[in-house]
Every structure is written in C-alpha cells, then in structure tokens.
Design a protein around this ligand. Structure first.
Ligand code: GLA
Length: 385
C-alpha cells in the first residue's frame, strides 16, 4: 500500500477506535484554459497521482473529529455547531455545511487525512480536501449524490467558508478524472469528453516556484469581478450573454471606452483564451504537440500581461523554458501569483531541463525549486485495503 495511505491508517488507529474506510482524492494539472472556467470557457485538466488520503468512520456521537497529519492539528466540533473557522478547517467544515444545507443531518465521525500535494502550488490541494471528504460523506450517509453533483457541492463549499469564488475546473477534475486522460470540459454546460493526455515522446513537467504570494485569494476574486463587470458592460452593447459569444477583438473593442483598463484587459484575455483553448483541443486531437505548445506560451503571456496573475518568479521560469529546444510549451498553471509552471517537454530533454532550470532559478532567486514529472490518476475513490 502507498506509504501515505499506511500513515493515515496508522494515525487513525492510534487516535480513534473503529474500522475506517480509506479514500484517495487527487490534485490536478491543467493543460490550457486558465481563469476561464468561471467565464463560460473550456478547460483541459487531468487528475494526478498526488493527492490526499482520508481514513474516516462514524463515531456514534454528535462530534466530528478531524486530524490533519500535515499540519499536526486536531479539531473537534459538534454537528450542531458548524460555522466558519480558518485555514484547512474552513474547507472541511464548509463541505459539512453544504450537506446540512441540502437538509441532510450528518452524524458524528472521525477523520484523519494527509497527502503529498505541495501547498499553494496551483495543483489544487483545496479541491482535493473538499472532494475526498464530500465523497466519503456521500457514501457514509448514503446521500446518493452523483460525482458531478459532488463537484458542484465542493465548488459551493469553496465559495462559502473559504470565500474563494472559484470556477468548477478543480472540483470537476477531482471527481471526474480518468487515469492517462485529459478532460475537455465545457464549463458552461459541463459537457465533457476525455482524450489521451500524454503523446508519445513527451512528458509533462511541473516546476514549483515555491513562492505563494499573499492576497492570492483576494486577487482571484478581484479578477472574477473585473470579468463580471466587463461582461455586464459588453452584454447590452453586443447583444451577447457570454464571453464565448464574442468572436473577435474588434467586437470586444466596441466596449473599450466604457470600461476601466483592468476590466478591458481581463475581458480581452478571456476572449483570447477561450479561442486558444478551442484551437488547442483540435491540435491535441490531431497530435500537433508543437502547435499546442505555442498556445501555452501565448496563454502565459496573456496571464502575465493582461490578466496580471503572474509574478517575476513564474515569468522567469517560462522565459527560462524558452531557452530549451526540448520544451515545446510552458506557462503558469492554476490561479497564479506563484505555484507551478506546466511544461511539455520532449522526453530526451527532460532531465537536462529540470537540472538546468532548478540551478538557474536558485541563482536568480536563491530559492530551491522542485520538479515533478506528472503521472495521472482516476478521480476521487474509495481505496480497498
Ligand atoms: C483556481 C480555481 C479554478 C480556476 C483556476 C484558474 O485553481 O480554483 O476554478 O479558476 O484557479 O484557471
């Protein structure tokens, strides 16, 4: 058994009685389609083999006990007293709260969890935390929600106590991921299809900048607001309902004088990224990895210059990646303001790219970065043991 799973079960055995069930809840990558899940766009995430294990069992009381191995923190609360807290507690409590909002009266349970998704790395440890608990509670209390319903519940949970007005991408990938496959998700309709993630001869490599600028959640909500305000201005002017109805930058420019420059730039990025992602899906399906990679570089440019969610460390990593002929695409991944870059790299050049990049980054910022060659996984599931 995986060593984290073993550790989670060991802690459960030491702290609680009863025989728990074990669950694995994955983090995610996203190939392209950034910051457009909440803008009616398309995204291309995949669940990965880094994630969070949960051991969980009912305890025949009204108390919920959580133990986080990674934070070495215990937290107990009555089922009648679920309310906003802070840090990791907000994510798990908000999930519990969403079940109660559905009218489901949960009984007490004990839950130990721990994982290996690096914090603040843009690999969505938050969705993994929400998803694993939601999946387990859904089974434990035979609630009968579908995976898509659970993803939506987790998204609401993240909006609520943690107050991050995220899109659906992370929770969807967490629940609906399929090993070796990328999901092409239409975030407006939730229609989705799967296709093979890694093409022969290429690897996906994440470089963790190890920086996580504060205010990231606040800035995230501000970006979302700018887009909403921009769309409210554009909709009557262009007779449209969604960013995806805008077909060209000329059309978009009609609204420019009515918006702030920040609103306009965010809208411009969104319209361009929706177009790029549609193109990227076709390129991936026709095996044009180099064409796909070029679009990733363009996405980074947009995220950095127009959407303003990059930082000097991430820009450096992407500029650095451009120096390696083996790297065919690179960009920041996830919410931004730190975290990882995602790179598509020719297999033969992977080791050299990783070594040289870590070295150059260390020299520039005196930070020891980390690299992960991505392996995929299925969505959240019970792990028999
Ligand atoms: C975070 C959010 C997602 C998505 C990405 C950016 O990961 O949780 O919903 O918006 O940022 O693409």
């Amino acid at each position: 058994m995986n060593s984290i799973a073993t550790l989670v079960l060991k802690h459960f055995g030491e702290k609680f009685s009863g025989s728990p069930k074990l669950y694995f809840s994955p983090g995610r990558i996203n190939l392209i389609g950034e910051h457009i899940d909440y803008n009616d766009g398309f995204v291309m995430p995949a669940a990965i083999d880094k994630g969070i294990y949960f051991a969980i069992a009912e305890n025949q009381t009204d108390t919920i006990n959580f133990y986080s191995i990674d934070f070495n923190e215990h937290f107990a609360i009555s089922t009648q007293d679920i309310q906003i807290n802070n840090g990791w507690r907000n994510y798990v409590l908000s999930v519990v709260n969403e079940f109660t909002l559905l009218g489901i009266s949960l009984r007490g349970f004990n839950c130990v969890f721990g994982g290996d998704i690096p914090q603040g790395a843009g690999m969505s440890s938050s969705a993994a935390l929400e998803g694993g608990l939601a999946f387990a509670l859904n089974e434990m209390f035979t609630v009968g929600l579908s995976r898509v319903d659970l993803a939506l519940l987790c998204q609401r949970a993240e909006h609520n106590f943690p107050n991050v007005k995220c899109g659906i991408m992370d929770q969807f990938a967490n629940m609906m991921g399929k090993s070796d496959h990328v999901i092409l998700l239409d975030c407006k309709t939730l229609e989705h299809s799967y296709f093979p993630l890694v093409k022969e001869g290429y690897k996906i490599v994440l470089i963790n900048s190890k920086v996580h600028h504060s205010l990231a959640a606040g800035e995230y909500n501000i970006r979302r607001q700018r887009c909403e305000q921009g769309l409210a201005i554009l909709a009557p002017l262009l007779s449209i309902q969604s960013f995806r109805d805008i077909s060209s930058s000329e059309e978009l420019a009609i609204g420019k004088s009515s918006m702030t420059i920040e609103q306009y730039n965010c809208c411009k990025y969104v319209v361009e990224e929706i177009g790029r992602t549609k193109k990227a899906a076709k390129l991936l399906q026709s095996n044009d990895m180099k064409g796909f990679g070029k679009l990733m570089f363009a996405t980074h440019e947009g995220l950095s210059q127009l959407y303003e969610v990059s930082c000097s460390e991430l820009d450096f990593l992407v500029d650095q990646a451009k120096l390696f002929p083996a790297v065919i695409g690179s960009r920041l991944m996830g919410g931004g303001f730190g975290g990882c870059t995602i790179n598509i790299v020719e297999e033969a050049g992977v080791e050299n790219f990783i070594q040289q990049t870590i070295l150059a980054y260390q020299q520039q910022f005196a930070i020891q970065s980390e690299a992960y060659v991505v392996a995929t996984s299925d969505g959240t599931a019970r792990v028999p043991f």
